[in-house]
Write a protein of this length. Structure first.
Length: 336
């Protein structure tokens, strides 16, 4: 996986990860699975998908940070891949374990659960580990579909906080073997199987962007307005886009955006980040960071307008929906 910092990865075969002799697996696994299934119940009529629940999102980001990797998608924010894999409202389950721990899980309905995620909590609801069933997908090239491992060779990726022991996440191995209904109906030779288990020690403190991502002409005096715990979404300078790479060199505004802006001149430089934190947390954070700026807007769009020694700036916060995060655009008009 591609991240700003080093992440420890430990991959084992499923048999080795279970730490069971081959002779005993046939007897031990069914009993363990049966106990897990018996303790699992659907969560009835929840108000939100797990992927949209503020506390769940906060837990996922606290453990994973803004690192990128290739699991259900190629070189994408890992937290986004995990949230997408627990977005089904109709497939949320909770398993209460005898020691007070619990497993909360859901699936990506678009894959019928081939991609699915689960969270292991302690009795006080502290997140201990995350499990993600995936295909180690590589990014698509051109119009080709993403290249993933076949369903018969799926991978269980277990994300652990620094200092945690692999064995602590054992319930997630049992969870991963429980196939969602649609997958369980497949012919035996095509049925999904967990072929490998890997353990990853996360580094959640790593920033989601680097200094080299700041566009030319962006004032140093505004760097404090760029949240480190956010993902680079785009940037522009001198009227041209810089990032994402596929749009580099194109005009900063589309005709529609230009019409909406009226006579507003293009900023000299801007950068857009995306945070998966709660919108009101982001809003309150910028109320402090942009202290003294004028504030307009409400609900899902708020604009801060201020000035400093470099010139005029705006900070625009937008939340188009509960799944795609909060877009933060910091734009600068420098004094000539």
């Amino acid at each position: 996986m591609n991240t700003p910092g080093k992440i420890t990865v430990r991959m084992l075969s499923l048999c080795a990860a279970l730490c069971l002799p081959l002779a005993s697996m046939a007897q031990a696994i069914p009993a363990e699975d049966a106990a897990f299934v018996a303790a699992t119940v659907p969560v009835p009529s929840p108000p939100l998908r797990l992927s949209a629940h503020p506390e769940i999102r906060a837990d996922v980001l606290k453990l994973l940070g803004y690192a990128r990797g290739s699991y259900t998608q190629g070189n994408t924010l890992i937290a986004r891949q995990v949230l997408d894999s627990m977005q089904s409202l109709d497939d949320i389950t909770r398993t209460m374990l005898p020691d007070g721990r619990s497993v909360l899980a859901s699936i990506d309905a678009s894959t019928h659960g081939a991609w699915r995620a689960a969270m292991l909590f302690d009795p006080q609801r502290k997140l201990l580990a995350l499990g993600l069933v995936n295909g180690h997908c590589r990014a698509a090239i051109g119009d080709a579909a993403p290249a993933c491992l076949p369903s018969t060779h799926a991978v269980l990726t277990v994300f652990l906080p620094p200092g945690a022991e692999d064995e602590m996440a054992a319930p997630l191995l049992v969870w991963a073997r429980q196939l969602p209904a649609m997958l369980a109906q497949a012919a035996p030779e095509r049925r999904q199987s967990i072929a490998a288990v890997e353990y990853i020690t996360t580094r959640p403190g790593q920033p989601g962007w680097e200094a080299r991502d700041v566009p030319p002409g962006f004032p140093a005096s505004l760097l404090h307005l760029l949240l480190p715990n956010a993902e680079l979404n785009g940037s522009s300078s001198g009227g041209k886009r810089i990032a994402p790479a596929g749009l580099a060199g194109l005009p900063m505004r589309t005709p529609t955006e230009a019409a909406e802006a009226g006579d507003e001149p293009l900023p000299d430089a801007d950068i857009t980040l995306r945070s998966y934190a709660d919108f009101h947390w982001v809003l309150n954070t910028y109320a402090t960071l942009a202290k003294g700026a004028q504030v307009k807007g409400h609900d899902d769009k708020v604009v801060f307008t201020g000035s400093d020694a470099s010139g005029r700036y705006t900070v625009t916060l937008r939340e188009p929906d509960k799944d795609d995060g909060v877009f933060i655009t910091v734009a600068s008009w420098r004094d000539k």
